[in-house]
Design a binder for this molecule. Sequence first.
Ligand code: PEP
Length: 260
Amino acid sequence: MIIYKSMRKRIVAGNWKMNKTLKEGVDLANEINSKTEHLKDHSVKIILGTPFIHLAEVAKTVNPAYVKIAAQNCAAWSHGAYTGEVSAEMIRLAGAEYVILGHSERRKYFNEDGELLNTKVKLALENMLKPIFCCGEVLEERKENKHFEVVKTQLEEGVFNLPEEDFKEIVIAYEPVWAIGTGETATSEQAQEMHHFIRQEIAKKYGQSIADDTSILYGGSCKPSNAKELFSNEDVDGGLIGGASLNADDFLGIITAFQD
Ligand code: PEP
């Protein structure tokens, strides 16, 4: 069967992490917005993953027709006495359409496990936020050839208990932890191999048609110089970009890697 990759949404999402003051963030969003305005067909969905306090201002700054906003986390409760937390509803009403969940930094520094992430995924969906669900192995796991098993478990725990209608809203980001912020990118073959595996697992769970329509992004030291090769793979539908999303020209270089 021929699978037409172009039917899936192509996405380049930035993850600013804990970078940029509010003013710097708004300036960056402005620059990205104006430098992407000329991309006539806007066939690539652009997402900016900002710190919580930037969401509302950045949402006002960009053209929502082609630049979407994401939070980088949300609370595991809907509302109430959870000091310091930000709910999915607050995020949605601030103007975000997406939320990054399960990033390896959240798993590592904040001990977020599969069960907690599944709760967050469900709360996000209840509040009409689309999760960008991250998965990926650490270096030891890859060396021990456990990477497929690790990613499968993360998907099973985080998103594979969702009903079909909900799963359709999910974007998957495969981010090998050893490639995040290290300058060491997965090879094109490694990325394709894992993305293909993920799509097969989705097909087993939800059927081939849903698997074919699910966008699977690659994350890990993606930059203008390697984006084109990574994105040319059949099962790579774009990128989740950390460091290179902090500079408008680098980010634009990755977005246009799809268009040449
Ligand atoms: C990330 O943190 O999601 C990421 C991919 O970071 P970087 O691009 O800097 O490796």
